[in-house]
Design a protein around this ligand. Structure first.
Ligand code: TMP
Length: 203
């Protein structure tokens, strides 16, 4: 038997989180370990519709609308997440910490309101472990420049990302359920460390 944990991958754009979540999903599939994987914003069908709206580069919402849209996307995912909670391993590409890091630390949205709505949506659903991917400015710039399709935040100033990343680090500080992945280090080393951690977590 293995533990049916909820495992989240967080980090700013270009930090490598999506690469690592896909690698973990491949690893679990190879081992025939049942799991689901989804991303936020997006994930479930209605949520993906909300994602298209939020990340549409021709639209610009105010910061509170942004918050409500990210939470609306989460709201559409939660029934699906609860269906598999403690039944399968759940891998999520961004979750609550992204809302705190981007909307509160990055955009200055009120943290109390954010947490109140978020807690209301989540109820008893809890994240067990988070891999926080961090990257320095030089590498972030390099990776973002390689992307063909930029979404809204990809165009933001580096200063904004720096604020968001500091926010992520603050959230994780002194908490055992976080592992910092330094994406400036060789990717194969990080891949190995993450898989080893996953093996220990679910054992
Ligand atoms: P990504 O799918 O490439 O990570 O892009 C999603 C964007 O949405 C990214 O810029 C981070 C942003 N985001 C928030 O601002 N708040 C949130 O709560 C979430 C989940 C994502």
């Amino acid at each position: 038997m293995y533990k049916k944990f909820v495992i989240v991958f967080e980090g700013i754009e270009g930090s490598g989180k999506s690469y690592h979540i896909n690698n973990v999903s491949k690893y679990l599939s190879k081992k025939k370990i049942p799991h689901i994987k989804l991303r936020e914003p997006g994930g479930h069908r209605n949520s993906e519709k909300i994602r298209n709206l939020i990340l549409n580069k021709n639209l610009k919402f105010n910061k509170n609308t942004d918050l409500l849209l990210y939470l609306a996307s989460r709201s559409e995912n939660i029934k699906y997440l609860k269906k598999y909670y403690k039944k399968k391993i759940i891998l999520i590409d961004r979750f609550t910490d992204s809302t705190i890091a981007y909307q509160h630390f990055g955009m200055g949205v009120n943290l109390k309101i954010l947490k109140m709505i978020n807690n209301y949506l989540l109820g008893t659903f809890k994240v067990d472990f988070t891999f926080l991917n961090i990257v320095d400015e030089k590498n972030m710039r390099k990776r973002l420049n390689k992307r063909k399709k930029l979404n809204r935040y990809d165009k933001f100033k580096m200063q904004f990302y720096s604020k968001v990343q500091k926010g992520f680090i603050k959230i994780s500080k002194n908490k055992k359920r976080y592992m910092i992945i330094d994406s400036n280090r060789p990717i194969d080393l990080n891949k190995k460390n993450i898989i080893e951690k996953i093996e220990k977590l679910i054992k």
